[in-house]
Each structure stands twice: as structure tokens, then as C-alpha cells.
Design a protein around this ligand. Structure first.
Ligand code: F0G
Length: 335
């Protein structure tokens, strides 16, 4: 099964698909206990390239192929680049991705390179990269697959369909990280199409929180590199969605993001990337009531450097049984 089971609600035929969507919705007992809510995690890292971007990319690249495009391009903090590169490879299209130099996670870079995209490291941030690619596609017949592309939103709305189908009703609250603000806009579109209205709780990183501040942030900074964005393209629509849903958009600190990131890994057995943990950091800081779905947008393996830099050190061991006993059981006589 894939999100294409909703094809009658999608605007194109599935010309380019890798089996995206239909991701696990897992109960989160430790988080439920801590918050007093009934919490579920929507594991978008289970998509083919490890993030929710595949939902939009299968639709956008299918449309590009149908319309005769020969190349696709995007600006990206990493995940859109990885996804565009994979779907373009599958479709036989050329692909170029423009990323902020030195600011994308290692796994995402590896993906884009392996899929044969031209990876362009811009001496500038994501917002500048997006401005430039918009200009580029005005001058050249290349399909832009950022979330300003409507087909992207159409694909991403299917996350909402899946949640409502699986729970049998809407959750009371949807917690979701916000960067360029395409995804929160898509989820709202999906909920509206099935006639339900959970409160949208959007979370930005404190150093990259334009929607919270009500003004663009010229030099966004956060450990959550995926949402290091200062001037979201879907600003107005996202704010309209949040207001209609009687939700809110709030900020969480990098420390709170990293604490949630570790809590999910250590207590729920779920490894997501830092940006994804912003949804849980927000829930922990600001609370909620009733049934809550936290969207975990990308897999933890995307960003091994942040993980290894924050986790416990590995234990070295000489190749003898005594050393191994000490290494495994050391300091714990009951073990
Ligand atoms: N979580 C992850 C893991 C992301 O990669 C992104 C966005 C978001 C959340 C925020 O979603 O932008 O729709 O509000 N990543 C984009 C990229 C910008 O280029 O991969 P949004």
C-alpha cells in the first residue's frame, strides 16, 4: 500500500513512485504518561528516502514528467534535495539541488550525491537559495519542486488522510515542526478535505522562528538544520491554517529540541532527526489535551553527526573475555 490509494483525491497519475506514504502511527506510552495526553507518533522517516518529502515528491515529479520536463531543481536544507534526487533518478530526469554550504546533515548529502543530483553548495542560507532558484526557473524551463509547487502540497496532504483513517477520527491536536511552512499547510488541507479540524500546534526553533516573531529572521540559526529557515514561502497560508484550527505557532529552544530527540530515542525507541523532535519538544513545553499526533518528519539516520555528538561514548575493549565482562557488566554487580 502507498499514499496512491488516495489517487482519486490526487491531481496526477502515479508515474513516478517508490511506495511512499502509509507510514506507521505508533502509540507513545512514555510521552503519554509524561503529558497526560494520548500521544501517537507519525513516523514519516519510514518513507523511501527517510522523510515526509517523498509524499510531495512522488506527485510533483509525476506531474513534471507528464508535462515534459527534462530537469528538476530545488533549494533545500537537505531532505527535499534527497527526495528530489531519488525521484528524478527514478524518472530519468536531471536534478540540481541548491543547499546552504556546510549546513545540511551528512546523510542527506550522501543521498543527493548517490542519486546523481548536481549538488550546489551556496555561500548563503536556505532563504537566499530559494530566492535564487525562483529566479532560475523564470529564466529556464526547469521544474521547481520546492513546496511552492502545488503538487508537493497535494501529495503531503495524504498524511492527514492516513491519520484520520487509522484513528477512525481526527486527533484533538496535531504537533508539527515548521520550517518553510509547506507541510503544516498540506496537513491542514488534508484535514479540511475530510471535514475534520484538529488544532494545529506548529513549532519553530527559537533561533529560526519568523512566524512566532511575526517578522523574517535574516540569519536563522538552530541545531535543527532542516528548519533553519528565516522567511517561509508558505507564511500566509500556514498562519491562516493555524488560526482557522484554533491552534498556535510557538518556539522551542535547541536544548528542548535535543532533550526531546533523546527522550524519543531512549524511551520510545524512535530515532528521528532533530527538526522532527521539535514537535515533541513543543508538546512537552506547552502541553495539550486529548489525542495528540506528533509528526516525526525525518529519520534520525539523516543526521548521524548530531546523534554521535550528543550520545554516550562507545566503550573500548581488549579482545579477552575478562575485558569483555568488565566492558559489558562493569560497575553493575547485579547485571
Ligand atoms: N522536518 C524536516 C525533517 C524537514 O526536512 C523540514 C523541511 C521540516 C520539518 C519543515 O517542513 O518546510 O514544510 O515547514 N525541510 C525542507 C528541505 C525545507 O529543504 O528539506 P516545512
Amino acid at each position: 500500500m502507498s499514499l496512491w490509494r488516495y489517487r482519486e483525491r490526487l491531481p496526477v497519475e502515479p508515474l513516478v513512485t517508490l511506495g511512499e506514504g502509509d507510514t506507521p502511527l505508533v502509540p507513545a506510552p512514555a510521552l503519554s504518561q509524561r503529558t497526560g495526553c494520548r500521544v501517537f507518533l507519525k513516523l514519516e522517516g519510514a518513507n523511501p528516502t527517510g522523510s515526509f518529502k517523498d509524499r510531495g515528491m512522488t506527485v510533483a515529479v509525476s506531474a513534471a514528467l507528464r508535462d515534459g520536463a527534462r530537469a528538476v531543481v530545488c533549494a533545500s536544507t537537505g531532505n527535499t534535495a534527497a527526495s528530489a534526487a531519488a525521484y528524478a533518478a527514478r524518472a530519468g530526469l536531471r536534478c540540481a539541488v541548491i543547499v546552504p554550504e556546510g549546513k545540511i546533515a551528512t546523510g542527506k548529502l550522501a543521498q543527493a550525491l548517490m542519486h546523481g543530483a548536481r549538488v550546489i553548495a551556496l555561500h548563503g542560507n536556505f532563504d537566499r537559495a530559494l530566492e535564487l532558484v525562483r529566479e532560475l526557473v523564470d529564466r529556464h524551463p526547469i521544474a521547481l519542486v520546492n513546496s511552492i509547487n502545488e503538487y508537493r502540497l497535494e501529495g503531503q496532504k495524504t498524511g492527514a488522510f492516513e491519520v484520520v483513517d487509522e484513528l477512525g477520527e481526527a486527533p484533538d491536536v496535531l504537533c508539527i515542526p515548521v520550517g518553510n511552512a509547506g507541510n503544516i499547510t498540506s496537513w491542514w488541507r488534508g484535514f479540511c478535505e475530510v471535514g475534520v479540524a484538529p488544532a494545529l500546534h506548529g513549532y519553530q526553533a527559537e533561533g529560526a522562528a519568523p512566524l512566532v516573531r511575526g517578522a523574517p529572521v535574516p540569519d536563522p540559526e538552530t541545531v535543527a538544520s532542516a528548519i533553519r529557515i528565516g522567511n517561509p514561502a508558505r507564511w500566509e497560508e500556514a498562519m491562516a491554517a493555524i488560526t482557522s484550527s484554533r491552534g498556535h505557532v510557538r518556539a522551542v529552544s535547541d536544548e528542548e529540541i535535543l532533550a526531546a530527540y533523546r527522550f524519543l530515542a531512549e524511551r520510545e525507541g524512535v530515532f528521528c532527526e532533530p527538526a522532527s523532535a521539535a514537535s515533541v519538544a513543543g508538546l512537552l513545553r506547552y502541553g495539550a489535551e486529548g489525542t495528540v499526533v506528533c509528526v516525526l518528519t525525518g529519520h534520525g539516520l539523516k543526521d548521524p553527526d548530531t546523534a554521535i555528538g550528543r550520545a554516550a561514548a562507545v566503550v573500548p575493549c581488549e579482545p579477552t573475555i575478562e575485558a569483555l565482562e568488565e566492558a559489558v557488566l562493569g560497575g553493575d554487580p547485579s547485571a
